[in-house]
Design a protein around this ligand. Sequence first.
Ligand code: RB5
Length: 142
Amino acid sequence: MKIAIGADHGGFELKQQLLDLVETLGHQIVDVGCHSKESVDYPRFAEAVCEKIIESQADAGILVCGTGIGMAIAANRHKKIRAAICHDDYTARMSREHNNANVLCLGARVIGHGVAEEIVKIWLKTDFSGGRHQQRIAQFSD
Ligand code: RB5
């Protein structure tokens, strides 16, 4: 898959670590920044990742900020985007199986890098279950 990935300064270091992991797992990366620990505003990176997905230049996205919250709020303003904040293996799996999340939001100040890596591994390999979940998603999203 092609994965768009973005972060603000709070998520920069974790994003850098995830670039290697995502590539090692056999995916292509579109890194929209940021590219340093200098303070930046997260909405523009959420926007950049969502744009890639909406314009079919990426299949899914990963957004990292301090808590994951700002990124998720900003990303979920788009009708085609289903962004989920995941802080453990269970929410990572369920966000794919039940919610068909197409953007994973991580809080770099909430979880450790090891936990984040496990979440990303699970999230990228888990398929949507469809069925009754598709019917529910269709009520609010394309
Ligand atoms: C930046 O300090 C912080 O507010 C941001 O990374 C994020 O947690 C916002 O939701």
